[in-house]
Design a protein around this ligand. Structure first.
Ligand SMILES: Nc1ncnc2c1ncn2[C@@H]1O[C@H](COP(=O)(O)OP(=O)(O)OP(=O)(O)O)[C@@H](O)[C@H]1O
Ligand SMILES: [Mg+2]
Length: 251
């Protein structure tokens, strides 16, 4: 569904990405893993049509990202809620931006459905300050789901949360993905998180980044890295890859 062919990108004179090639299947839970600064967010922004000045070719179902922006929704590390709007209005805000002609009633109906899916159906009148970090991130997920996107782009969405909340949100996300069947592209620098979530994981190297490794865990979900021999072995291997990358000189 998504193809990167020899994609390269520079910021000024610095080459960030070089010869980056990979493909993502429709309905796949695809993780992009790599050390800080390697270009994970940049890669996601290229897919999401937030960066257009690149070389090589990127296609989404045969079209350019610019032609497909309305099939995608973003979830960022920071939930980006508007402090003066309640939970329902925040969840409906993506629809308000994308479909200004849609009536408020319909927008709210869709947003309420998605808030219920993420477990916040009875918190719709709360303001962002009254929500926990995990709940705020759920609102941001409901906002993305309300757009009914084919592709959800997630950039370290759980990394600011405590380990327990992260674990709960990860398993809820897997459940939603299994129910809805959208394609998820999930950026993380956390090996365990990638192993728990991904159908496939690409590891990006240091700048200029390209694909260091592609991992394809077979373990059935729900997954637990601590009790699965397969995942524990892949984790060992990935830790070595990370250690070697840390020794590589960044250009
Ligand atoms: N707009 C920009 N202008 C100049 N350099 C940038 C810009 N955006 C990103 N960079 C640089 O590109 C490189 C890759 O950044 P990117 O945000 O993609 O990394 P990342 O892998 O997401 O890192 P992290 O795990 O810390 O979020 C970094 O060295 C960063 O400083
Ligand atoms: Mg990043």
């Amino acid at each position: 569904m998504i193809e990167f062919n020899n994609v390269g990108l520079k910021f000024g004179d610095t080459r960030i990405i070089e010869d980056l090639s990979f493909s993502i299947n429709r309905g796949e839970f695809f993780c992009i893993l790599g050390p800080s600064g390697c270009g994970k967010s940049t890669t996601l922004r290229l897919i999401g049509d937030l960066l257009r000045d690149y070389s090589g070719k990127i296609t989404i179902a045969g079209k350019s990202p610019t032609e497909c922006w309305d099939q995608m929704a973003y979830v960022f590390q920071n939930p980006r809620l508007l402090p003066w709007k309640n939970t329902l209005d925040n969840a409906a805000f993506g629809l308000e931006m994308r479909h200004p002609d849609m009536s408020k009633e319909i927008r709210n109906e869709i947003a309420l459905k998605q808030l219920t899916k993420v477990g916040l159906g009875s918190d719709i009148n709360k303001m962002p300050l009254m929500l926990s970090g995990g709940e705020r991130q759920r609102v941001s997920l409901a906002r993305a789901l309300s757009l009914e996107p084919e592709i959800i782009l997630m950039d370290e969405p759980f990394s600011a949360l405590d380990p327990n909340t992260r674990r709960i949100l990860r398993s809820q996300l897997v459940q939603l993905w299994q129910d809805i069947g959208m394609t998820i592209i999930f950026v993380t620098h956390d090996i365990d998180e990638a192993l728990e979530l991904g159908d496939r994981i690409i590891v990006l190297g240091t700048r200029p980044s390209k694909v260091e490794k592609i991992i394809n865990p077979f373990e059935k979900r729900p997954r637990d890295v601590d009790i699965s021999d397969e995942l524990r072995n892949i984790k060992k291997e990935l830790k070595l890859v990370f250690e070697n990358l840390a020794k590589t000189k960044v250009n």
